[in-house]
Design a protein around this ligand. Structure first.
Ligand SMILES: [Zn+2]
Length: 62
C-alpha cells in the first residue's frame, strides 16, 4: 500500500476514549476534552458557524 492508508495511524496507542456526553471516541486522555462536542472545555456543545446544517445552507443560499 502506498503512503499512509486511511486510518493507518489510528490503531495502536490509545489516545482517545469514549466521550460521556456525545458517546463518540473523541475524548482525549491527555487534555480531557472532547474534540467532537467540546466536553471538558465548554459547558455547551461545541459548534461552529462553518458547520452548516441542511436547514442553514438553505437559508444562506438566498
Ligand atoms: Zn463528546
Amino acid at each position: 500500500m502506498k503512503g499512509t492508508h486511511s486510518m493507518g495511524k489510528k490503531s495502536g496507542s490509545k489516545n482517545m476514549i469514549a466521550c460521556r456526553r456525545c458517546g463518540k471516541r473523541t475524548l482525549t486522555l491527555r487534555g480531557r476534552t472532547c474534540s467532537s462536542c467540546g466536553f471538558g472545555s465548554s459547558k455547551t456543545l461545541r459548534s461552529y458557524n462553518w458547520q452548516k446544517t441542511r436547514k442553514k445552507s438553505i437559508l444562506f443560499k438566498s
